[in-house]
Ligand binder design. Structure first.
Ligand code: FAD
Length: 504
């Protein structure tokens, strides 16, 4: 079965819905998502907020400078400047759609986060910023008759005619395949956290957009840069959830400390700033404890009753595990959190494949460089998404697509228990060899293990997409031989004999 549209958007988070709404109604649009539109990606889980330089004394120039410092100066400076300058307009746009940001005495409340030199983080409902953002975008999209939602649908192949993208194949819950045809396809499929054993990301964030883009001939860039959050709540044996709740860094700001199962407060030795060291340093210290066989806990007991008022999400997540953070240690692990790399796009979100665009976490605009400044990712998804929608909206309705080159659905299989097992293995490999601390030997071993798994999968098996993305991440890690930003590689220094020759 085929359906014709003017534009297809794969993904219904901040990025995808901003593209759709940005077009302004001149196009007939299909928005494809794996679950309920808007509720199925990372966006609705975002807590911290949205960065915008709108406070007294602050400026887009300062915001850009902080972003470039956090990104180890690998950032695309033009993209960063454009993003920082767009932020105030994005805030006005969201307010015009009905978003209720937190305010004090009628003024927008601005929080300050680590590595931002001014208070510039907007929140909604305290730490429910993503949920409020999604509410507004979903409700607005649902009122537009020109947006058609394909929910519980997996985009599993990009259709091409010659070099031009002309649509996608989607599989619905019943396994039926439909061709959605249009001259422009936007990938807004989010991150890759689910490729790791421990992640804060929801199940949809498995990198499938990267696999689709690669197979269609797009360039992927900077895949080695994966940001890890230092503290997610560790799973219990009977609670093997794929998405772990974040244990917010604000708890450490409020006085909670990290200890291992011997009761040692190990951050004192890891950094002069102890628990308040930058995210990467804390994540690495926790990882090293775990690599040495220790378990790690956040000791929140000194916060006593204040934890109930200030951190209700933590109290609730603990209660589900039979813990009380006033009396018990909270078990934590670091978790894959955000992917800076992605489909390489220009400032207009265009990939090198005609008709194929990427926005949000799946894209690599170069905004984040080697590491993301907190609260810039929602902004990026919204700003690049809305701008792309506005540009595509000007192109007007498309001619119907009459021919595609793909032999549609020839080798697309449904997920089997083998796919589940392969994915479980991949997550373990990515965690232990391609995680917070990498070594050349570990990366080579990961590459080999992933290649073996690829050979064991049947053609068209869904797990092949995740294996492909995992392998591309490993290959990118192997190409970057020095540590930079979120990519930390321990190269064991060779031992030199008397002759000055390296000794094995
Ligand atoms: C717990 C948590 C807290 C965070 N807090 C913040 C914060 O405070 N501030 C901030 O700036 N950022 C934060 N982030 C990051 C931010 O939420 C994400 O980077 C951002 O929401 C990504 O938006 P997106 O639209 O690109 O993708 P998502 O919101 O992840 O949406 C992806 C969409 O693609 C769909 N999809 C994926 N693959 C397919 C496929 N094959 N076929 C069909 N559909 C598909 C999914 O179903 C979904 O609809 C947080 C992330 C997490 C996980």
């Amino acid at each position: 079965m085929s359906e014709q549209f003017d534009l297809i958007v794969v993904g219904s988070g901040a990025a995808g819905l901003s593209v759709a709404l940005g077009t302004g109604g001149s196009l007939r649009i299909a928005v494809v998502s794996r679950g309920v539109s808007g509720l199925d990606g990372s966006t609705c889980w975002a807590q911290g907020g949205l960065a915008a330089a709108i406070g007294p004394g602050d400026s887009p120039g300062q915001h850009a400078a902080d972003t470039i410092n956090a990104g180890s100066r690998l950032n695309n400076k033009s993209a960063v400047r454009w993003l920082a300058e767009s932020a105030p307009d994005i805030v006005r746009w969201l307010i015009s759609l009905g978003m209720q940001f937190d305010s004090i005495n009628g003024h927008l409340a601005l929080g300050r986060e680590a590595a931002h030199s001014f208070p510039r983080i907007l929140h909604a409902g305290g730490d429910a910023t993503g949920a409020e953002l999604v509410r507004v975008l979903r409700e607005t999209a649902a009122r537009q008759p020109w947006i058609e939602s394909y929910e519980f649908s997996d985009a599993c192949e990009i259709l091409k005619r010659g070099p031009q993208v002309v649509g996608v194949v989607v599989r619905n819950r019943r396994g039926e395949l439909t061709r959605l045809l249009a001259p422009n396809v936007v990938l807004a499929t989010g991150g890759i956290g689910q490729l790791y054993r421990y992640t804060s990301n929801p199940v949809e964030a498995d990198g499938s957009g990267l696999a689709l883009a690669h197979q269609a001939g797009a360039e992927l860039a900077e895949l080695e840069f994966v940001q890890f959050h230092p503290t997610a709540m560790a799973p219990t044996a009977d609670n093997a959830v794929p998405q772990l709740p974040l244990v917010t860094e604000a708890l450490r700001g409020a006085g909670a400390v990290l200890v291992n199962d011997l009761g040692v407060r190990f951050m004192l030795a890891a950094s002069p700033q102890a628990e308040l060291a930058p995210r990467d340093i804390v994540a690495r210290a926790v990882w090293e404890q775990m690599a040495n066989g220790r378990r790690v806990f956040l000791d929140t007991r000194s916060l006593a009753d204040s934890v109930r008022q200030r951190f209700p999400n933590l109290v609730e997540a603990c209660a589900q595990r039979g813990l009380d953070p006033r009396a018990h240690l909270v078990p934590v692990v670091p978790a894959a959190h955000y992917h800076m790399g992605g489909v390489k796009v220009d400032l207009h979100s265009m990939s090198r494949v005609p008709g194929l665009y990427a926005v949000g976490e799946v894209a690599c605009t170069g905004v984040h460089g080697a590491n993301r400044l907190a609260s810039n990712s929602l902004l990026e998804a919204l700003a690049f998404g809305k701008a792309l929608g506005e540009r595509l909206g000007k192109s007007g309705p498309a001619e119907p697509i009459s021919r595609v080159d793909n032999a549609v659905g020839h080798a697309i299989r449904s997920e089997s228990t083998n796919d589940q097992m392969v994915l479980g293995r991949l997550r373990q490999i990515m965690w232990s060899e391609v995680g917070i601390v990498r070594t050349p030997e570990g990366l080579q071993s990961a590459l080999h293990q992933i290649q073996v798994l690829e050979r064991r999968c049947l053609a068209g098996a869904p797990a092949l997409r995740q294996l492909l993305v995992g392998r591309l991440v490993v290959e990118a890690c192997l190409r970057r031989r020095e540590s930079l930003g979120a990519h930390h590689i321990d190269v064991v220094a060779p031992h030199y004999g008397r002759s000055g020759q390296a000794v094995a």
